[in-house]
Design a protein around this ligand. Structure first.
Ligand code: 13P
Length: 262
């Protein structure tokens, strides 16, 4: 199965509009003339979505720049109303947002998002043609306690509950072991490959072999220019979700270059 790799920058709570502008101008100038065989996605904070959309729109209108897709880092499970501080999927669509990161471990652990809430957000996003980047992953204690597979099974089963095969065709999964996020400790390529193969087998159990062979599963957790090639060479790893190393245009670009072998 030929799955197009997807490299996504999750900026987390970094870069307001002016820093977004600096990044995008520099990144586009470095990208110029290069056409990588992958999708490139940037997920800025909500307040920078408009700036990102404007910059990318004028760039692609002016020249044949590599298309960059826009992602949000979260969305509400509700349509509108009295939810102070929340942002709806329809609002996100106004900024040409294609993807939304859901179930990130920081949303789960810091903001208490449960599998049920994440599932409701998945459904809401898919209703509006916003493609979820659905994050899962175990803590170190869970891995060391022999619970890796049961944790992933629960997250996948509950997070994807009641979704259809068609929904899964629009979904990207990101396997991000919590102990590798922002720590500089990357999963070995064998650990990552084993977890990805297991997640793919879960999708096969729930949705059949065809859906499982098509779905893209990104790896996230301390991906850097110097480990991207080895991770991306694994048969079940289809791209990366990158935090710290995607804050600099040069290192994001090097991850893409090394990860695609270009
Ligand atoms: P780091 O690349 O900084 O480890 O972050 C990974 C992550 O959480 C991406 O969503």
């Amino acid at each position: 199965m030929n799955r197009k790799p997807i490299f996504a920058a999750n900026w987390k709570m970094n870069k307001g509009p002016s820093q977004t502008e600096d990044f995008v101008k520099s990144f586009l100038s470095k990208l110029q003339g290069q056409d990588f065989p992958c999708e490139i996605v940037i997920a800025p904070p909500f307040v920078s979505l408009a700036k990102l959309a404007d910059l990318l729109h004028s760039a692609t209108a002016g020249q044949n720049a590599h298309a960059i897709q826009i992602a949000a880092q979260n969305c509400s499970e509700h349509d509108s109303g009295a939810y102070t501080g929340e942002v709806s999927v329809l609002m996100l669509r106004e900024f040409f947002t294609h993807y939304v990161i859901l179930g990130h471990s920081e949303r789960r652990s810091i903001y208490g998002e449960t599998d049920a809430v994440i599932n409701a957000k998945m459904k809401k996003a898919l209703e509006t043609n916003l493609k979820p980047i659905f994050c899962i992953g175990e803590t170190l204690a869970e891995r060391e306690g022999g619970k890796l597979e049961s944790v992933l099974r629960t997250q996948v089963t509950e997070g994807l509950k009641d979704l259809t095969e068609k929904d899964l065709a629009e979904t990207v999964i990101a396997y991000e072991p919590v102990w590798a996020i922002g720590t500089g400790v990357t999963a070995t390529s064998q650990q990552a490959q084993d977890a990805h193969a297991f997640v793919r087998s879960l999708v096969a159990e729930l949705y059949g072999a065809d859906t499982a062979s098509r779905i893209r599963i990104q790896y996230g957790g301390s991906v850097k220019p110097n480990n991207a090639a080895e991770l991306m060479a694994c048969p079940d790893i289809d791209g990366a979700l990158i935090g710290g190393a995607a804050l600099e245009p040069q290192s994001f670009l090097e991850i893409i270059r090394n990860g695609t072998g270009e």
